[in-house]
Write a protein of this length. Structure first.
Length: 255
């Protein structure tokens, strides 16, 4: 009996030790991923990024530095840094895809079942900012790195399109929660009406039957329209028209 208990204790201790080691390694990877953002901010501020060899001796202007530092700082709050817990590149790549699809699924569920919940609006606002800032960082910061390259053009376009749909879903949730859009004498509610209004807003089509309230409603409409146009013009436009300039497929870097 004692021998069996001793064996069970040793096995449990071994599993516990391995779990603790794996957890420490994961936390260390997440910390390093998060820390790298502030290292990048420091390098940009001290004109050490991009390196001369990576940019044909081009030196960033103060305006470019300010924009890049702001974007990287905001990106440092992204939950995507959890991917740093994985050491293998392919695993991190799969995590990034799961991260985007997970948010897409969550926003879809929130819009379908709890569109007017304050927590749903909070999640939607976070994801809108998270996805939008990430895309801007890719365009204005990451592409300066010599080692940067798209893993797959199709993959990059698909993820960008999902981000665009997330923008529509996110604002639909915020419209439903805020009650800032009205149709006649009725405030926009439910799931389908906010989704429809978000679609016609982001595509700049508009609908005369819907009226945003002064202040928050008008601000949300302007924000969604501008973010939608920027996402289409800067991200999808750059990918679709600049395919010839994209570097060959890389196995060690992500989009």
């Amino acid at each position: 009996m004692r021998s069996a208990l001793r064996g069970f204790y040793r096995s449990w201790k071994r599993v516990f030790t391995l779990a603790i080691t794996a957890m420490k390694s994961a936390l260390r990877g997440i910390y390093q991923s998060w820390k790298s953002e502030f290292t990048l901010i420091n390098d940009i501020g001290r004109s050490r990024f991009p390196r001369p060899a990576e940019s044909n001796h081009y030196e960033l202007s103060y305006l470019e530095k300010a924009v890049m530092i702001t974007l990287v700082f905001l990106r440092s709050f992204s939950l995507s840094h959890i991917g740093g817990a994985f050491t293998k590149y392919i695993t991190r790549s799969h995590f990034s895809e799961s991260y985007v699809l997970g948010w897409f699924t969550l926003l879809s569920a929130l819009l379908a079942f709890w569109p007017s919940a304050a927590l749903a609006a909070l999640f939607a606002a976070y994801r809108i900012a998270d996805g939008f800032i990430y895309r801007l960082c890719v365009l204005f910061v990451d592409r300066y790195q010599q080692t940067w390259g798209l893993r797959s053009v199709n993959r990059a376009i698909i993820l960008a399109m999902i981000n665009y749909i997330e923008l529509i879903l996110g604002f639909a949730i915020i419209y439903a929660w805020s009650g800032s859009i009205s149709k006649g004498s009725q405030v926009l509610s439910g799931s389908l009406d906010p989704l429809y209004f978000s679609c016609v807003t982001v595509t700049t089509l508009g609908d005369g039957d819907y009226k945003p309230s002064p202040g928050i409603g008008q601000g949300l409409v302007v924000a969604e329209t501008m973010m939608g146009l920027i996402l289409l013009a800067l991200v999808l436009g750059a990918l679709l028209t600049g395919i010839r300039d994209i570097k060959p497929l890389r196995k060690d870097r992500d989009a």
